[in-house]
Design a protein around this ligand. Structure first.
Ligand SMILES: [Zn+2]
Length: 120
């Protein structure tokens, strides 16, 4: 069975742009006109925050058995997990997958999560 995703937490760099560790593509905030635009590269597994997925790749859906589910069903799935999107995405099993977690400054502590894995 492939290893669990490796989780890396950025301590104080919520506003640091996140780039794919495999190709260097900036996956969010690269568009100066629309900083919320997602520019997922082929290695991006998911982009999420504490209340929703912003982006899910087909590899993520296959890995976490989310294929064919509606957005509402996906949300019910991770909420049922009781560990939030952060805990839910910790269950990804893919060789050399990496997850970056970044938090807004306290007291909000709002989290953003980025998952990447090499392409086969
Ligand atoms: Zn990439």
């Amino acid at each position: 069975m492939p290893q669990l995703i490796q989780r890396t937490e950025l301590k104080s760099f919520y506003y640091t742009p996140v780039h794919c560790p495999f190709c260097g593509e900036r996956v969010m905030g690269a568009d100066p006109v629309d900083e919320t635009r997602i520019t997922a590269c082929p290695h991006t597994l998911f982009i999420a925050h504490d209340t929703a997925f912003e982006y899910r790749s087909t590899r993520l859906d296959a890995n976490l058995q989310l294929e064919g589910l509606s957005e509402r069903e996906v949300e019910a799935r991770w909420r049922a997990d009781k560990q939030g999107i952060d805990g839910f995405t910790d269950k990804v099993r893919l060789a050399d997958a990496i997850k970056v977690a970044a938090y807004a400054p306290a007291p909000s502590a709002y989290g953003s999560y980025y998952g990447f894995a090499p392409t086969e």
